[in-house]
Design a binder for this molecule. Structure first.
Ligand SMILES: [Zn+2]
Length: 61
């Protein structure tokens, strides 16, 4: 049977983005797990799905 796995194909595509001709990291790596593990971006925080490390984005307003 045919499986619908469009998700897995694009799973790793968002780690980098091109901005103003420069390669930019869109995701930050976890300081606890090391450079191989990326924090998942949320609106106001970044969190590691592996160890649970969470970094809140500071907004001074
Ligand atoms: Zn981690």
């Amino acid at each position: 049977m045919m499986s619908n796995d469009k998700k897995s194909a694009s799973a790793k595509r968002d780690y980098y983005s091109i901005k103003d001709g420069k390669l930019e990291r869109t995701r930050r790596s976890c300081p606890k797990c090391g450079p191989g593990v990326f924090l998942s971006e949320h609106k106001d925080r970044s969190s590691c799905g592996r160890c649970g490390y969470t970094e809140f984005k500071s907004k001074k307003e």
